[in-house]
Design a protein around this ligand. Structure first.
Ligand code: TRP
Length: 340
């Protein structure tokens, strides 16, 4: 199958995030903002994949809280549940059901070759390594194939998972007849590459030691301002100290890129307005605060109104279930599972 049978002309695009940890400015300017901008030009599905997070969760309560907080954030950045389908994976039980069938159509050898599995297990030396960590790609294949997904925007770390999904779909179609749509990995709409404010050679990350290098989307204006004020630049104070040069001036380039992304300009154009670091930092903080203010306000409102958040999520889960159950029924028929 080359296109999904529920023929709408827009490509169906699926991206999923695990509810683990807080969203930061790098997530927003790098990816989430494009989700909001592109929601009308594609048939967008966004899954909050809580079942995937269970591969490494060992205490009660954690996953639910993280799921609600991520959901509130996705709506706060402007995803419209009437336009984009935002759903929680566990609210669509078809994921687990197709996940099992996918496990039976992937080999132990194929799963053993996943570099992410090797990475993740080597980081868990001496700790519990769940079988879920190993079979994870089968569940991810189910996520993708349930929606007759055309395109999966992914970074390099996830390409292998989309490849194995295609391999599973091809095998399934060979075994049971043409049933599953083959997805394609696509490069996400380019966003800003936001680096740590304390270490501009590494990407902004929530696991940043002190937290000073990472601006969370929920940071209040005073915190944002403080983090930018302390941002690392360099010791060059010449007349062209503020110029866009990633190689020679990574800290300054990062500030220019963040400012440019927040004000819809190019980093070069922003650089022309400054000769000193102080004003660049202050104005960049202000531009970021202007972007984050409405997001933080909406996020707060949604978290304070669980009924409304639940309602928004139900809109997405209902839409997702409608598609997922149709696909799962097709899979059951193809295999010849006795109908109930
Ligand atoms: N494995 C992805 C990650 O760790 C998350 C994910 C789960 C996903 N299912 C997906 C991404 C389906 C894209 C499509 O980031």
């Amino acid at each position: 199958m080359t296109a999904h049978p529920t023929t709408t002309s827009a490509a169906r695009v699926l991206s999923c995030i695990q509810p683990t940890g807080e969203m930061h400015l790098g997530n927003y300017l790098g990816a989430l903002r494009a989700w909001e901008r592109d929601q009308r030009s594609s048939d967008a599905f966004h899954g909050i994949v809580d079942l995937h997070a269970l591969t490494v969760i060992e205490e009660p309560g954690v996953v639910g809280e993280a799921t609600l907080s991520l959901a509130a954030m996705l709506f706060a950045i402007g995803l419209d549940p009437e336009v984009a389908t935002v759903f929680v994976q566990s609210h669509v039980p078809e994921h687990s059901e197709l996940g099992w069938i996918m496990q039976c159509n992937v080999s132990h050898g194929e799963l053993s070759r996943m570099t992410q599995f090797k990475d993740k297990t080597s980081k868990r030396e001496g700790r519990f390594v769940s079988a879920g960590l190993f079979t994870y790609p089968a569940l991810q294949a189910a996520d993708i194939l349930l929606y007759d997904t055309d395109q999966v925007p992914v970074g390099d770390d996830q390409r292998q998972h989309v490849e194995i999904t295609r391999d599973i779909a091809i095998r399934f179609n060979n075994r049971f007849g043409d049933t599953l749509v083959l997805p394609e990995a696509v490069t996400p709409t380019a966003g800003a590459r936001v680096m740590s404010l304390q270490d501009p050679m590494s990407k902004m990350s929530k696991s940043d030691e002190s937290g000073a290098g990472c601006v969370f989307l929920t940071d209040d204006p005073a915190t944002v301002t403080k983090k930018f004020k302390r941002a690392v630049t360099d010791s060059d104070t010449g007349p062209d100290a503020v110029r866009y040069d990633r190689g020679a001036k990574p800290g300054v380039a990062n500030l220019l890129e963040i400012n440019a992304a927040a004000t819809d300009r190019t980093p070069q154009a922003v650089a022309e307005d400054y000769s000193r670091y102080g004003p660049l930092k202050a104005d960049t903080a202000e531009a970021v605060v202007a972007v984050l203010d409405p997001i933080r306000a909406r996020y707060g409102e949604l978290l304070a109104d669980p009924g409304e958040l639940e309602r928004l999520l139900r809109v997405g889960s209902d839409k997702a279930r409608h598609v997922a159950s149709t696909t799962l029924a097709r899979v059951h028929r193809a295999i010849g599972i006795v109908a109930r």
